[in-house]
Design a protein around this ligand. Structure first.
Ligand code: FE
Length: 233
């Protein structure tokens, strides 16, 4: 299967494979040649077109966020691990095992790949099935979960991520984590995330993080989150 097809040709199948394997294409450490640059870890393509998320996110916003910020984490990481043992690991393994600059860049590479999959031009609404039941069990209702996750995202000081994550028993929790921190570092499995670094929303929303978070829900990819949750247990 071609990489592009994996992410866009059949979204449902691609997401299912992604979640089931817990290993996105970006995590497979394969040495590829891109021009003269040796790319140990390769940034996966966006799972939607650059102009497909309007009006939530403009093409310009995505060009910077995906094309500049996310790409830079991969570039930096590849430079840091060249010739080192990490170059032979999966991206997820590097995130779990590393510290310092290697962790920061590896986690930001992984986190963003996960974030793109949490967005869909056909997103919004509410989850179905086991995830819906678990949200009701652990938060009281979907509305209560959404309110709590929004508050966590808005109140997180500085740069970071608001995560919905599950432990190995399937219990859900909201984890507001700073900078590059990720549930993977806390033995939890990510189910959904909102990037609240300013670079995620500044072009479209300027300083108004609450408006970005409110708009996120109209793009939330519950099909993907549901498959991530199903793969936890
Ligand atoms: Fe970001």
């Amino acid at each position: 299967m071609k990489r592009r097809q994996f992410f866009t040709g059949s979204l449902a199948a691609g997401v299912g494979l992604w979640a089931a394997r817990h290993v996105p294409a970006a995590e497979t450490a394969t040495t590829l040649k891109t021009g003269d640059a040796k790319m140990t870890f390769q940034q996966p393509p966006l799972p939607f077109e650059m102009n497909a998320m309007k009006p939530f996110l403009s093409e310009e916003q995505l060009k910077y966020h995906y094309g500049k910020h996310h790409a830079a984490y991969f570039k930096n990481l590849n430079g840091l691990v060249e010739g080192k043992p990490e170059a032979g690991m999966s991206l997820r393994e590097v995130v779990v095992q590393s510290t310092g600059p290697v962790f920061n860049n590896a986690a930001q590479a992984w986190n963003h790949s996960f974030y793109w999959d949490c967005l869909s031009p056909q997103g919004g609404g509410e989850p179905q099935g086991d995830l819906a039941a678990a949200l009701q069990r652990d938060f009281g209702s979907f509305a209560a979960f959404q309110k709590a996750m929004s508050e966590a995202a808005v109140k997180l000081f500085g740069s970071g991520w608001a995560w919905l994550a599950a432990d190995k028993a399937g219990k859900l929790e909201i984890m507001p984590l700073g900078n590059a921190d990720t549930p993977l570092k806390h033995a939890k499995e990510p189910v959904l995330t909102i990037d609240v670094w300013e670079h995620a929303y500044y072009i479209d929303f300027r300083n108004e993080r609450p408006k970005y978070v409110e708009a996120f829900w109209k793009a939330a990819n519950w099909e993907f989150a549901g498959k991530c949750y199903a793969a936890v247990k």
